[in-house]
Ligand binder design. Structure first.
Ligand code: UDP
Length: 360
């Protein structure tokens, strides 16, 4: 019987792998989940396992409940090597661009000749072309080491072709986030009384680790709440919360800052908001699928599909451009189609079963 090991460690990986893991379990594929513990705040990981009814089989607990381990990647590699030897699954599946993905790929690279497993990368080939972003380096390395690459779109596949990764098995399947949304759509939190609001998320190092930048972004958004008489709902990422404290921004209370919210709340807020403002990768995709115009406060994006179909716009970090983009997107006709496909997990499982039969 085919066996699969899923390695994950952060909020977006749990969210995007949930439909795939559930489908494997339904099909009685032997599934093992390893949680690296990269995210260690209950609101960023534990609650998502609970809400998606998933349970890790192995929990590496590499970060303690307060802080990120500086040697996280090194330690994760060593532990994962042991688990890969022990479990020796047919497929090891990674999703996205986190340090857990990188650690998993590096562990696999060290012992690929000693185990039967093939390494699979879900959401392969997406590129921001900004090598200063740790996520970009993680994606490139993970794609290089993996054997089977599931690209979400044709654009992502083209990036893999340009990097000459065509000898690997590359499939364009869409993004599993489409399945996650479909499966959770009916569970949106109904109650919220705000007539008009924007939904804001910020967490990327290039936004929040640069105090001047973060201050400009937050001040610009506060000014706009007054100008547009709009509420801003801002579930704050632990990293951002830490950084914002030191900035001493006037009128911060004008933002409706809440703890990181549940997945259903996140979908509910995104669906009902007039605009989504973000620097998150996954949120750009979700806003697009949910037909809410998105303003991405970054210089670049690895989700160019959303820019092409005009569901999303890039602003950079200047107050003037953020403001201009917000006014522009408020007039959006919302006439785009979802570029991320559907039944994506089913396509992935079908391909893996076929690959397995060919190999065995
Ligand atoms: N999200 C959530 N609660 C929140 C903020 C975001 O459930 O308070 C979800 C969001 O809907 C999306 C994912 O978290 O599915 C995005 O994660 P994040 O922005 O941390 O990572 P990225 O997508 O940038 O890798």
């Amino acid at each position: 019987m085919i066996s699969i090991c899923f390695v994950l460690g952060t909020r977006p990986e749990i969210i995007k792998l949930a439909p795939l893991i559930k489908l494997c379990k339904k099909k009685k594929i032997k599934s093992t989940i390893i949680h690296t513990g990269q995210h260690f705040d209950y609101n960023m990981e534990g609650r998502f396992f609970r809400d998606f009814s998933l349970k890790p089989n192995y929990f590496l607990k590499l970060n303690n409940s307060r802080s990120y381990n500086k040697n996280f990647i090194k330690k994760a590699v060593l532990k994962l090597i042991d688990y890969y030897k022990l479990i020796n699954p047919d497929y090891i599946i990674n999703q996205g661009d986190t340090n857990s993905v990188l650690a998993s790929a590096l562990a696999y690279k060290r012992i690929r000749n000693k185990i039967k497993s093939k390494l699979v990368h879900v959401e392969a080939g997406i590129r921001s072309f900004d090598k200063k972003m740790p996520e970009e380096i993680n994606r490139i390395k993970a794609d290089k080491i993996s054997d089977i690459l599931f690209a979400p779109t044709i654009i992502a596949k083209k990036n893999l072709v340009n990097e000459k990764l065509t000898k690997k098995k590359v499939y364009v399947v869409g993004n599993t986030i489409s399945d996650t949304i479909t499966q959770n759509f009916s569970k949106f939190k109904k109650k919220n009384n705000y007539k008009q609001f924007f939904f804001l998320t910020l967490h990327r190092p290039e936004t929040v680790d640069n105090p001047k930048r973060l201050k400009t972004v937050i001040k610009t958004i506060i000014n706009l709440t007054e100008e547009l008489k709009t509420k801003i709902i801002f579930p704050i990422h632990p990293r951002t919360k830490k950084k914002i404290k030191n900035l001493k921004i006037n009128n911060l209370e004008k933002l409706f800052i809440i703890k990181p919210c549940s997945y259903n709340e996140s979908l509910g807020y995104q669906k009902k908001s007039k605009l989504v403002l973000t620097d998150s990768g996954g949120v750009q995709e979700e806003a697009c699928i949910l037909k809410t115009p998105c303003v991405t406060i970054r210089n670049n994006t690895e989700r160019p599909e959303t820019i092409k179909i005009k569901s999303n716009i890039l602003t950079g970090y200047s107050a003037k451009l953020i403001k201009k983009a917000i006014y522009k997107m408020l007039k959006s006709k919302k006439s785009w189609e979802n570029p991320y496909g559907k039944y994506v997990s089913a396509k992935i499982v079908k391909i893996l079963i076929k690959e397995y039969k060919n190999e065995n």
